[in-house]
Structure formats: C-alpha cells, structure tokens
Design a protein around this ligand. Structure first.
Ligand SMILES: [Zn+2]
Length: 345
C-alpha cells in the first residue's frame, strides 16, 4: 500500500497510470518541505519494482530494499553534504558531474529490479550546466528508466526541463487531517498530536520529525521565548535584537524568515483569541499566555503589526537592507500597557 498520507489526488493519478501501464518517463513533484515528496517518490519506485500483485506491497524483498535505501536500481541524487560548512551548503549546487554519473548508470540495464528510478532531490539546485545536461536525457527517454524530480519551487527550474516532466503538486494537509493521522497511524498522544499538527502547517513529515526528535520543539520554545522577551523590551533592546537578526540574515537567510513566521503565527493567534476563535490558534500549548497577551492590545494594533511582519518578510525577499527592515519592524511593534509582562508558558 501507498505510505504517503494525505496526498490522495497524486496517489490515485499514479495508480491509474500504473494500472494502464502508461507511466511517464519523468515526473516533477512540487510541494513544500516535509510534505511527502520523497515518500511518494520512493513509493512509486516500489510500485514499479514490487513483486506482489497489489503493488506497492511494502513487504516483498524489493519493497523492503527500497525502503531501506539498499536497492541497486534506485538512486537518490541531491546536494552532497560531506563536511561542508552551512554557508558553503547554502551556495552549493547539484553538479554536472553528478548528472553525468547518473546518465552513465541510466544507460546500463536494471540490476535487480524491473525499473531504474533516479530521484533528484532539490531539483531547483541543479546548476545550469547540470540542468542542460539532464535535459538531453529527458528528451531521449530510455525504456525502464524513470526520473523523479523533487522541488519546493519549480519556478527556479528551466521551463524546458519542466515541459519534459509530468508535474504533480503535493499540497499541505489540513491541520485536523495531520492530527488524525498522527493519532491513528503513529499512536501519538492526542494533546501532543494537536500541537504538532498545528505547528506543522499541514506538513506531516515535519510533524513526524518533531514527534521523534524533541529538540525541534525545544528550539521552537527557545525562539518563542526570545520573541516574547522582545515584546517586553524597550527600544534599545529591540534595536540590538534587530541588529542580531540582520547579522544572522547575512549568514542564513532562511532562519530569519523562520523567526518572522513564528512571529506571524503568534500575532495571528492573538487576533484569533481577540475575536473569540481560540480553537483555531497555532500555539495551542500557550493558550493562557495568548489570552493574557490579547487583553493588552487593540484589534487594530494587532492587525497593523501583522501587516508589518508580512511587509518585512516581503522586503527581505526582495533584498532590501535587512537591518533597516528589521529596525522598522521593531519600531512598528505596538506598545502594551505599562507593567504587563508577557511570559512563555
Ligand atoms: Zn512489494
């Protein structure tokens, strides 16, 4: 059976093509991080090579080998991460050498299965030479060889490559679906499932990683505390914080966008509490703090600051001066009444 949860549309489309034996020679799976692209790609590789009649069975030798990354005919191509610094990694590309090696391997017949499957993870990171080199392969399909490109953003891929692939979009699930899946498939305790589901933004893979690795929730708690400290801080401290974030931005852009996302969630939650929709909040473990904090601000103040956070995120994406953008954001944070401290937990 297909392991990927919550992607019924993509799964039934693939099932239909397998039944009719009209499998595309190249697929492009598009969707956010942790939404299930790799799981679906591996499931498809299993379905193509499964020894059972109901494929993918998940139990035959072939399915098991693929699940444990030990099948000789299934290869994953992505960024090489051996010993690279974070900075080097953020600039790294999938090289033309990697694609040439893949092409060589694709020219040989399957070793133990029916199909060779090459999964290119993070296809938006193909160097332009690598993408051109790959294009030649996609233009001249070979039997029994399937390419699956995974990407979070297909706008970063050459149109010529996209046009050679069957595109499948994987969307985030509803929080309630993630919650239900965590409880029914993975036996996660309901209160914890609810929190993980809300924080996951519909990406089941993220919720599962966080369920298995407590450090993810711990990091979030630390970041949240940092944000709440700033709410209580004076302008001088806020500017120091803005400068720290700006420095962080020059090293790792993504982490600052993550902070802004946390912040956006927090202020959206305040808005929801303010209008009496406590049930829809993301930070379900901080309900008491949210209720206390919501009393401190007016609805218009909260709305205006949400707009400011969104504007800051957009300006950073458009390469505005990060220190300036973050300082303006700190200045636009609404003032609360004197003497009320906002605390974590
Ligand atoms: Zn099988």
């Amino acid at each position: 059976m297909w392991q990927v949860v919550g992607q019924n549309r993509a799964v039934s489309l693939l099932e239909r093509s397998l039944e009719r034996k009209v499998v595309a020679h190249a697929y492009l799976f598009v969707g956010p991080h942790h939404v299930g692209k790799m799981t679906l790609a591996l499931n498809l590789a299993q379905a193509l090579n499964c020894e059972a009649t109901e494929s993918p069975c998940g139990e035959c030798l072939s399915c098991q080998k693929i699940a444990s990354a030990k099948h000789a005919d299934i290869q994953i191509i992505g960024l090489t991460t051996d010993g690279d610094s974070t900075e080097a990694k953020s600039r790294a590309e999938i090289s033309i050498d990697q694609i040439r090696q893949m092409q060589h391997s694709a020219s040989l017949p399957p070793f133990e299965g029916r199909y060779k499957v090459f999964i290119i993870d993070g296809a938006e990171q193909l160097s332009s030479e690598a993408a051109n080199c790959l294009l030649k392969t996609l233009e001249e399909p070979v039997g029994k060889v399937i390419f699956i490109l995974l990407t979070t953003n297909d706008k970063l891929l050459p149109a010529t490559v996209i046009s050679r692939c069957q595109r499948l979009e994987l969307s985030p699930m509803a929080a309630t679906e993630v919650e239900a899946a965590l409880i029914s498939h993975w036996d996660i305790e309901p209160q914890r499932a609810k929190l993980l589901a809300r924080l996951s933004r519909g990406r089941l893979g993220w919720a599962l990683s966080a369920a298995l690795d407590d450090s993810l929730l711990q990091q979030r708690a630390e970041k949240m505390q940092g944000l709440l400290d700033i709410v209580n801080a004076d302008y001088e401290e806020r500017f120091t914080y803005a400068a720290e974030l700006a420095t962080q931005f020059s090293q790792k852009r993504e982490s600052v966008q993550e902070v802004l996302t946390l912040w956006l969630d927090w202020w959206r939650d305040l808005l929801l509490v303010k209008i009496g929709c406590n049930e829809a909040t993301t930070n379900v473990d901080l309900e008491d703090t949210l209720i206390d904090s919501a009393r401190v601000y007016g609805l218009a103040q909260i709305r205006a600051f949400i707009n400011s956070i969104q504007a800051a995120g957009e300006q950073l994406r458009q390469n505005a001066n990060p220190q300036l953008v973050l300082e303006v954001l700190m200045l636009s944070m609404p003032k609360k009444e004197e003497g009320i401290l906002v605390k974590y937990g």
